[in-house]
Each structure stands twice: as structure tokens, then as C-alpha cells.
Design a protein around this ligand. Structure first.
Ligand code: AVI
Length: 313
């Protein structure tokens, strides 16, 4: 059972960690959707602004016959690209997502909204999804593919993992295909920290829900009120770190693991890193994964970038 194994490994490690993918149970996914509406969390709106303005230009540069989206979620922003693509020629859309419920709902909604769009979906993590996609749609298919990895999802991977994933995407593509990568830009730490520690406490609830999930699913005995949400920008590393800080010395039993975890006061669990990128960071990532960074567009306020990475011959 991966959740149990990962919780055991993370909470017995030093420093303590929990993988951010476990934020997204049903409640956590709903909290994340609400975060995207927060005034402080500008990322989603900034990316939507770029796609509204630039979708037609992006589609005319790539001329895609196929969109392949990693972590599609509800694919709300993707609709700008779908509409621009359908306006030119026949288009297929393939979604890869860890959540079967989200995938099915998205596929159904897109198929009914766009009757001429050929929709397919692949449930699994990104690597699984790419593997299934390649088995199902061998790379000799006609026309160009535009892969989409939006929403700054790349930011939740440490640099070696980010490189590994972008290389895996590159392997699933052919010369001339492209990847549209959404990245949050490095900026004033105060703006970044507010985005991850909002005034009404939604991000705090999102972070603490991971402990509540351990209570619900693994018989954990966390007193949620005894853990505080912390979000800090580490400028040198270029990342926001989210932690849960123990407000007391305490020992927490987790029944399903047959384990008791000791926390010192002020000890933290590192729950998420969210990397921020400069233009040069994206250029380097592209170069190291056999892409070239062809174009980057930012929102009017220069907070977020959509980057078009083209597969090198
Ligand atoms: C999903 N991911 C890109 C979000 C981010 O900004 O790193 C997750 C998130 N964590 C706190 N707020 C939002």
C-alpha cells in the first residue's frame, strides 16, 4: 500500500517529510481548486491570461494534430488551446492524470463540449501514463504533438526529478513536436510567501489535510491543532518550502503502521517544495532534456511564464 509505505518512510526519516502527491485526496483536491481562486494565489489566473491571449499563436507555431496533457485535472485552461486547435484542423486530446474520477469527468465534459475532438485518457502517474500512451498511439502517428505540462506542476519536483520527467516527455515525442511548460517566475519573496500562506488560511488547511488524511486512512492520532502551517521562500534554492511545525513535544501513534512517531517542539515535516524559475533556468532544463526553448510568454504583470520547448532533431 504505497500511502502507508510512504508515510512510514517519510515520518521515520530525518528530517521528516511527506510526499506532496498525498495532498490530493477528494478533500485536498477541492481545497486546491479553492486555492486557485485566492487573491494571493496568482499562478492560475496568470497562466489563464497567457493562454487566453496566446493560444492562437501557440497553435499556429506548432500546428498540432494532437494535444497530450500531463496532470490534466479539469483541463479548464486547456480549452483555450483546444478551441484554437479545432479552429484550424482535426484535433485529438489525450489526458494523463493520477485521479480516475477527474479523468473520466474531464473526458466526458470535453467530449460533450467539443463533439469533433477525439478524446482519450490514461490513468496513472506521469511515467505510467506516458508508457500507456506510447503503447496505444505509437509515435509514427501523423501530425505534430503538443504536450502540455501546465500550472507550474513541474515546480513540485526537485531539479533531478524535474529533469528526469522532462526527458521522459521528450522520449515520448518526435522531432518537430513540442512541449508547453507552465512555470512560476522568481520574484519578490513577500509575494511568493503570501501565495503560499494566504490570509484566510486555505493553504494552511490544504497542508494540514495531509495529517487529517493519515488520521482518516491509517488510524493516525494527530491533533491537527498542534501543527502549524509554515511557508518560506528560500531565495538561494529558488523554492517555496511548505512545512508542518509541531507546536509541542508529542508522540503520535499511527495504528495501521503499528508505529509511534516522536516530535520535538518546533520540529517540522517538509511537505512540499515549489520551485520558481528564471528564463535561464527554463533554457537550461530545455537544453539538458534535448529540447530548445523556442518562445516564452509571460502575463502582463510578468509573474508567470508559458514556455514552448521544441524537440531537437
Ligand atoms: C500544484 N502545484 C503547482 C501547487 C504549487 O503552487 O506548487 C500546489 C500548491 N501548494 C500550495 N499551494 C498550491
Amino acid at each position: 500500500m504505497p500511502f502507508a509505505d510512504d508515510v512510514r518512510a517519510g515520518l521515520t526519516a530525518r528530517p521528516k517529510t511527506l510526499p506532496p502527491k498525498y495532498f490530493y485526496d477528494e478533500l485536498g483536491s477541492a481545497l486546491f481548486e479553492a486555492i486557485c481562486l485566492l487573491p494571493e494565489y496568482y499562478l492560475t489566473r496568470a497562466e489563464a491570461e497567457i493562454l487566453t491571449v496566446r493560444a492562437a499563436e501557440i497553435v499556429s507555431l506548432v500546428e498540432p494534430a494532437r494535444l497530450v496533457e500531463l496532470g490534466s485535472g479539469t483541463a479548464l485552461k486547456t480549452r483555450f488551446l483546444i478551441e484554437a486547435g479545432l479552429g484550424r484542423s482535426a484535433l485529438a486530446y489525450s489526458a494523463i492524470d493520477i485521479s480516475e474520477t477527474v479523468l473520466l469527468a474531464t473526458a466526458k465534459a470535453l467530449a460533450s463540449q467539443y463533439p469533433t475532438l477525439a478524446v482519450s485518457s490514461y490513468q496513472g502517474d506521469y511515467y505510467d501514463g506516458l508508457r500507456q500512451l506510447l503503447m496505444d498511439q505509437p509515435r509514427q502517428a501523423n501530425g505534430q504533438t503538443l504536450a502540455l505540462f501546465l500550472g507550474s506542476n513541474i515546480g513540485n519536483f526537485d531539479p533531478p526529478q524535474a529533469l528526469r520527467l522532462v526527458r521522459a516527455i521528450r522520449t515520448a515525442l518526435r522531432t518537430g513536436d513540442a512541449l508547453l511548460l507552465g512555470t512560476d517566475l522568481k520574484k519578490d519573496p513577500a509575494v511568493l510567501e503570501a501565495a503560499y500562506d494566504d490570509a484566510i488560511g486555505l493553504t494552511a488547511a490544504f497542508n494540514r489535510n495531509i495529517l487529517a488524511r493519515i488520521n482518516r486512512e491509517l488510524g493516525g492520532h494527530f491533533n491537527i491543532g498542534k501543527f502549524a502551517h509554515r511557508a518560506r521562500y528560500l531565495s538561494d534554492a529558488g523554492r517555496i518550502e511548505m512545512h508542518l511545525e509541531s507546536l509541542a513535544d508529542q508522540v503520535i501513534a499511527i495504528d495501521a503502521l503499528g508505529l509511534s512517531i516522536t516530535f520535538g517542539r518546533a520540529e517540522t515535516i517538509h511537505t512540499e517544495s515549489s520551485y520558481k524559475f528564471s528564463h535561464e533556468d527554463v533554457e537550461q532544463l530545455a537544453h539538458e532534456s534535448d529540447f530548445v526553448l523556442e518562445r516564452s510568454w509571460t502575463d502582463e504583470a510578468g509573474r508567470f511564464a508559458c514556455n514552448l520547448l521544441r524537440c531537437k532533431p
